[in-house]
Ligand binder design. Structure first.
Ligand code: GLN
Length: 486
């Protein structure tokens, strides 16, 4: 049962083969027994979960259900969920109870999804390995000594271990796609502005985007149907006609033009990753796709540009954590300035402090033009590279991450090595495009490899179609870590 996709669970519920309360109990039980080895879930509230499941069962009985009604979900702990502790992986918010719902949570609740709990994450979503969380590192179910990727590593690890059928994530520079790749699941970052950022704790507001994480592309489409939509409370939320993201799933691949940027197959990619990605592309060719070579000449600048812009925005966003209104406050201090200083020094971890310092520096008088403005200009060039590439192809493909999951602790002393994890994902956020990662094989040690699909603005339905057709012809997405299969 715990192996089933959302689409299949939904059928079981409709046929009354199971109830939502039974599903909630099943997954809560898996979390209880299996989560201690993973540390993927950090907050549970069984009473609330079971009450939501009972309400979903009543809706199903009344014939008022949709495809997500009664399906359990975990939320990354960056999303406010009313009455639930919401920590963002930080000591700063260790005991913070959300006073209202994020728009995404509100929409998924309205669709009848049942909140199972909150997932661990890198502190304030800053990281690529889930080792910066105040609540300790998350482990990868494929190998417990390895990281699950980050920052949505708790969501990824939980879905990979089948502690939940699906989860929410957020992606500022790769945080949905990279952990999805490292744990063998699917994750989609929508076009910037498709899902509202209201109630999603802000990291870098011009890059942050919420998205679904699940086992299949079809499930991502079902979730995105509920997550997307205009929200007046987010000024960057896009006012568009609602779309059905499942509408293109069955479209054949024949005639699809796949762009392969040579920059994605450069040095530094593990041979096993290249091999799996090339095999996936060969499979697409067999399904009738054409291959076009494209180039993204400024892609190499995406990491330096991101590490100016994201810290700049973070330093501004995180100024609100001052110990005055909510969150941690130092127990002892001499005056107001001392209170701010101690509170922030105690409340934030090392990576968050590093970002605040970089951000403050690049925004300061005298450096603003040299760093911040220049980075904004290069950001535009990166977006222009993609626009040129999409004149020649329908979808860009390549690896999601240059490596498979690495050992815990192996990169924590070297921030630059850690930042390089996102070399293939960050440009997508800088341009505001949609990107998707799907499982595409394993390395020799049995660790999953992710294939990244990047589309033009608002091409989510097509990306999901391209991913779904691959999943009809392959079974990487149904393979699960054997020690969690019992
Ligand atoms: N790993 C990147 C960072 O540390 C991206 C994080 C994210 O997408 N939230 O900033």
């Amino acid at each position: 049962m715990f192996q089933l996709s959302i689409a299949d669970l939904s059928q079981c519920l409709a046929r009354r083969e199971c109830s939502s309360v039974e599903l909630a109990r099943l997954f809560l039980e898996r979390i209880r027994t299996l989560n201690p080895g993973l540390n993927a879930v950090i907050t549970l509230d069984e009473e609330r979960t079971l009450a939501a499941a009972a309400a979903a069962d009543r809706r199903i009985a009344a014939g008022e259900s949709g495809p997500l009604t009664g399906i359990p979900i975990l939320h990354k702990d960056i999303f406010l969920a009313k009455g639930w502790r919401t920590t963002c992986g930080s000591r700063m918010l260790e005991n913070f109870i959300a006073p209202y719902d994020a728009h995404v949570v509100e929409k998924l609740d309205a669709a009848g999804m049942v909140n199972l709990g909150k997932t661990n994450m890198d502190e304030f979503a800053m990281g690529s390995s889930n080792e910066t969380s105040w609540f300790g590192p998350v482990r990868n179910p494929w190998r417990l000594s390895a990281v699950p990727g980050g920052s949505s590593g708790g969501s990824a690890s939980a879905v990979a271990a089948r502690l939940a059928p699906c989860a929410t994530g957020t992606d500022t520079g790769g945080s949905i796609r990279q952990p999805a790749a490292l744990t063998g699941i699917c994750g989609l970052k929508p076009t910037y502005g498709v899902a509202s950022r209201y109630g999603m704790i802000a990291f870098a507001s011009s890059l942050d985007q919420a998205g679904p994480m699940a086992k299949t592309a079809q499930d991502l489409a079902l979730m995105l149907n509920a997550m997307a939509g205009f929200d007046a409370r987010d000024s960057t939320s896009l006012e568009r006609e609602p779309e059905d993201y499942t509408r293109e799933l069955t479209r054949p691949i024949k005639g699809l033009r796949i762009g392969l940027p040579k920059e994605f197959f450069a040095e530094g990619v593990q041979p096993a990753v290249t091999k799996a990605v090339e095999a996936a592309i060969a499979q697409y060719r067999a399904l009738g796709a054409e291959i076009v070579e494209v180039s993204l000449p400024n892609m190499g600048l995406s990491i330096p540009v991101y590490y100016v812009l994201a810290p700049a925005e973070a330093s501004s966003n995180l100024a609100r954590f001052d110990g005055v209104r909510y969150g941690h406050r130092a127990a002892e201090y001499t005056d107001l300035t001392d209170m701010y200083e101690r509170t922030r020094a105690e409340g934030f971890g090392a990576e968050v402090r590093r970002r605040i310092m970089i951000g403050t520096y690049v925004l300061s008088h005298g450096y603003y033009d040299a760093y911040y403005i220049k980075a904004q200009r290069v950001r535009r060039l990166i977006a222009a590279d993609f626009a040129a590439a999409f004149e020649r192809c329908d979808v860009i493909m390549g690896p999601t991450s240059p490596t498979t999951a690495f050992e815990l602790g192996s990169r924590t002393d070297d921030p630059v090595q850690m930042y390089l994890c996102d070399i293939y994902t960050i440009a997508v956020n800088l341009a505001g495009l949609p990107g998707l990662s799907i499982p595409a094989g394993f390395d020799a040690a049995g660790l999953p490899v992710g294939l990244q699909l990047i589309g033009d603005y608002f091409s989510e339905a097509r990306l999901l179609n391209v991913a779904h057709q691959f999943q009809l012809a392959s079974d990487w997405h149904v393979t699960m870590p054997s020690s969690f299969a019992a």
